[in-house]
Write a protein that binds this ligand. Structure first.
Ligand code: ADP
Ligand code: MG
Length: 728
């Protein structure tokens, strides 16, 4: 008899096994059984065609109503119309006239493809299909591979859903009793089916309730394994030993706090003390600090770095871009003043040295900084990837701060930590608010602190949508407003999605052909581009203003010069791409106009507008868009305009994105274990799983009493490690 690890060649035959491996990387029964149906269609009930939505991948059960073969542009086009009795849908095939003899009217079949729209009508181009055999034995024929509920699988042209259905049956029939890796107390507690029953019920459901129950159980499994792994990983961190970084005499911290021109917010006070406590442990801190742009994270991080220096260690701040590293360096040296001047004539009694290390330094400059890091002369170093490079070594690196975590892979963060002689404390900062369960899933091995409030005195940002289709004159008004803002001595950002548009414009004929074939047109669509907008505005609407452009294709020298000139107020209007998205801080900038705003994601728009309203003048953000009124794009923009709550917006954003994007690089591998789990939808399951994981590991930290469960977690660890190797 077969087990979960039996290879499929023994079950479905060599050829099918090959296709399964090539299409989905499936080689064992276990992997096949974890290829879950997307949904079910009910045999005997045709699919409601009126509910199909453009761009959906669908499998429908429908009856053929009419078939027509015609010639156009030297091609045979076979057009088949299928119906559910009330609405119909056309299927088109090019140069496949031979299908005409199969596809006869009156026949019923399963049709699978992506819903496209051509000339206002919905259609499937080149769908896969499986006709239900003619005659009285329809039921028998279908029953051969499934019951009343036909599972619809993620499929390919070579391996359509019904073929997978057949393989599934072979695999399930060949299986022996299956040991369940979940302890029975848990399955009983949550009334989950056993593993074997869950597989049966999800692939061959007797009814939809059983299918749903099975899905819950299998989703819970994913959440539980992941939480077991993360909770164990956390426990492992506490077993590492490192230097406790309690300052003997907190001289620098005290001097710094005396200089601070403001009082900490309540949130900052709380996080400061959390971090202080973490740093005093003999195992490394592993903390994520999240908070809106401007919530005061940098100040908190700086305090942590100073307290490590007070304990005679060093701290490194890793920033994702040169612009940001520069800016951190400027801000930090400014706040610290003479405290950052140790070793110079300006130095006071108390102080340290702060250095900036980026790729654009000369070899000699780098060498000098490397030397100071190695001897411990430099207390705080701020830098980009250059910090990770080979020549960098520390005397006593005690704390690594990583800014804007989502820009870095875990590997880079770890590469820097490796440079310490003992595992350093780690503080990760992100301004992208992360809903709680996402944080638990993606950063489940980190402790999490959140700065919820903005420092008081911070002015609000007002956001308006400018729908240029309906109200083109609003745009003129917007440029007028830019001029007023500048006249008051403020500065303005104008953001566009593109650097430049490609020269080639598609002919209508090419567009029609692409639509017919369901090809993506997005890349060829005209968008507002920085290089085009700048000359237009300077010669017309904004003539006379000091305008500059900033984008990713410029040399880092040019970018730095432009940013510095903008920060110094020498440039009034900066026309830029999203290079300014993260962390750029020019308090005098009070207004932002975002062109083609519907091209940006919700969180991205929120990040972008966080660049204004950072000083004393109120911030104004205009979202310009030519999206249709009431379109989903326009609705998104309206929700951005309606709230400043980053967590709310992150939620809206995540709901619209694919899970792989949500979890980032670490979880989106082809064989990811998260097949069913959706971090937003399954909030309560994740909570449950976390609780169960903590409870299990409390009494049995290495799962020695649950060997089957342990081996599942081990497999997950191996997979993660393999993904890590793939990437490095
Ligand atoms: P973040 O890194 O979260 O974007 P920063 O730490 O850079 O935020 O702080 C944003 C601005 O607010 C900075 O100019 C900083 O000096 C100022 N700031 C930080 N904390 C406070 C506070 N408690 N009260 C007033 N201003 C503050
Ligand atoms: Mg910051």
């Amino acid at each position: 008899m077969a087990t979960l690890s039996t290879r499929l060649t023994n079950i479905v035959g060599d050829r099918t096994a090959q296709v399964l491996e090539k299409s989905f990387g499936i080689t064992t029964i276990n992997e096949l059984l974890r290829h879950y149906p997307r949904r079910y269609v009910v045999r005997g009930e045709l699919t409601d065609i009126s509910t199909l939505v453009a761009d959906d991948e669908v499998t429908i059960l429908a009856e053929i109503e009419a078939v027509k073969l015609r010639r156009a542009n030297g091609k045979n086009i076979l057009e088949v119309v299928v119906t559910d009795g009330s609405a119909n849908l056309s299927l088109t095939f090019f140069n496949q006239a031979w299908r005409e003899k199969d596809l006869r009217s009156g026949r019923v079949g399963l049709f699978a493809g992506k819903v496209g729209v051509f000339k206002g009508r919905r259609q499937l181009a080149h769908p896969d299909y499986q006709l239900i055999p003619d005659g009285d034995d329809v039921d028998a024929a279908v029953a051969e591979f499934a019951g009343k509920y036909l599972p619809v699988y993620p499929a390919t042209g070579k391996l359509p859903s019904w073929k997978i259905m057949q393989c599934m049956k072979l695999a399930i029939d060949s299986l022996d009793e299956l040991p369940d890796y979940l302890p029975s107390q848990i399955t009983e507690q949550f009334r989950y089916p056993s593993l074997k029953k869950a597989f049966l019920d999800i692939h061959q459901p007797p009814d939809l309730d059983s299918a749903e129950n099975a899905r819950q159980r299998l989703t819970f499994d994913e959440a539980l394994l992941l939480q077991l792994l993360l909770v164990q990983r956390r426990a492992e961190i506490t077993k590492l030993s490192t230097k406790s970084r309690t300052p003997n005499t907190p001289k620098l911290v005290a001097a710094f706090e005396k200089k601070l021109p403001f009082k900490y917010t309540a949130g900052q006070i709380e996080v400061n003390s959390q971090i202080e406590k973490d740093l005093s442990n003999k195992y490394p801190m592993h903390r994520l600090l999240q908070g809106e742009v401007g919530s005061g994270k940098t100040v908190v991080a700086l305090r942590a770095m100073l307290s490590v220096v007070d304990s005679s260690g060093q701290a490194a701040l890793l920033a994702p871009t040169e612009v940001l590293a520069q800016q951190h360096y400027r801000t930090i040296t400014k706040i610290l003043g003479e405290l950052a001047q140790a070793g110079t004539l300006q130095a006071g009694e108390i102080g340290t040295q702060v250095e900036l290390l980026t790729g654009s330094l000369s070899a000699a400059e780098k060498k000098e900084i490397h030397a100071k890091l190695a001897t411990g002369q430099t207390g705080i170093v701020i830098g980009t990837h250059a910090l990770i490079s080979d020549g960098v070594g520390f005397d006593d690196l005690g704390l690594v701060v990583v800014d804007e975590q989502h820009r870095f892979g875990v590997e880079q963060r770890d590469a820097l930590r490796m440079k310490a002689k003992q595992p350093p404390h780690l503080l990760v900062m992100t301004a992208t608010p992360i809903p709680r369960t996402v944080a638990m899933t993606v950063f489940g091995d980190l402790d999490i602190s959140t700065l919820k409030e903005l420092p008081s005195g911070r002015v609000a940002i007002t956001t308006h949508v400018i729908p240029v289709l309906e109200k083109p004159h609003f745009l003129d008004r917007a440029w007028q407003r830019v001029k007023e803002e500048v006249a008051e001595g403020h500065q303005v950002y104008i953001v566009a999605p593109r650097i430049a548009n490609p020269n080639k414009k598609l002919t209508e004929r090419e567009i029609a052909a692409a639509l017919l074939l369901g090809e993506e047109l997005l890349d060829n669509e005209e968008m507002v581009a920085v290089e085009e907008l700048a000359p237009q505005l300077s010669s017309a609407a904004l003539s006379g203003l000091k305008i500059a452009v900033l984008h990713g294709k410029q040399s880092s020298e040019t970018k730095d010069q432009t940013m510095a000139a903008f920060a110094a107020g020498q440039i009034q209007v900066l026309i830029a791409t999203t290079v300014i998205e993260v962390g750029v801080d020019v308090p005098n900038a009070s207004m932002m106009v975002i062109m083609d705003a519907d091209r940006f994601g919700v969180s991205q728009l929120h990040q972008l507008r966080g660049r204004v309203g950072r000083g004393s003048a109120p911030g104004l953000c205009l979202l310009v868009s030519s999206a249709q009124e009431d379109s989903p794009a326009m609705q998104r923009l309206n929700s951005v305009a309606a709230t400043l709550d980053g967590f709310e917006l992150a939620r809206i954003d995540l709901e619209q994105r694919k899970e792989g994007d949500v979890l980032g690089r670490s979880q989106s591998g082809g064989k990811s274990h998260l097949r069913l789990l959706r971090v937003l939808r399954d909030e309560s399951l994740i909570d449950q799983a976390r609780e169960v994981a903590v409870k299990i590991l409390k009494t049995d930290p290495d799962l020695s009493n649950l060997p089957e469960l342990n081996s599942e977690v081990e497999k997950l660890k191996l997979d993660e490690a393999a993904r890590f190797m793939d990437k490095s």
